[in-house]
Design a binder for this molecule. Structure first.
Ligand code: S3P
Length: 175
């Protein structure tokens, strides 16, 4: 039985790689944010701002416990998921965890054009976002590095780069 969790900062490519890897391996792909949105018929932005972060994190934990029972699955979780409660330890017990490591400059480039749907970024200027990425990565790095595997994911900008990354990820995980 295969169960792999992809973790890492917003914009690290968890969804992009998760989709491509699951297709390659014939496994189901689950994105925790999408799963949560479907369950509650609300966007992450609405849930996060409506409930406040503390309550959102409790909900996120509950949703994690639901999807982490699925089998033969690749699961991408939210950027903050491993950093709250015992979520990281729980994922490590439920399956393999992979930290997608990406340079702050690359994260900035990706998130500049994809911040609107992200409650933690949507009201920030470019300068504020740059600062936020650096300081939040610093706060989160000890959690992220508690994953079983670390995978460098700086180059995911087109089909051939994604294909190359899937090959490397398969080799890393011996799949
Ligand atoms: C968050 C990341 C988001 C989403 C929420 C909070 C975070 O997921 O769960 O906006 O704390 O980093 P992505 O990493 O998929 O953007």
């Amino acid at each position: 039985m295969t169960r792999i969790f992809l973790i890492g900062f917003m914009g690290a490519g968890k969804t992009t790689l998760g989709k491509a890897l699951s297709k390659e391996l014939g496994l189901t792909f689950v994105d925790l944010d999408w799963y949560t949105e479907e369950r509650y018929h609300q966007t992450i932005n609405e849930l996060f701002t409506g409930r406040g972060e503390a309550d959102y994190r409790k909900l996120e934990r509950q949703m994690l416990h639901e999807v982490a029972e699925f089998e033969d699955v690749i699961i991408s979780v939210g950027g903050g998921t491993p950093c709250f409660f015992d979520n990281l330890e729980y994922m490590n017990n439920q399956g393999d965890t992979v930290f997608l490591q990406v340079n702050p400059a690359v994260l900035f480039k990706r998130l500049r054009v994809a911040r609107r749907q992200r409650p933690l970024l949507c009201n920030q200027s470019d300068e504020e976002m740059k600062e936020y990425i650096g300081s939040t990565l610093e706060l989160r790095k000890d959690y992220y590095s508690g994953a079983k595997f670390v995978f460098e994911a700086n180059r995911l900008e087109d089909y051939s780069q994604i294909k190359e990354a899937v090959g490397r990820l398969k080799a890393l995980l011996k799949l």
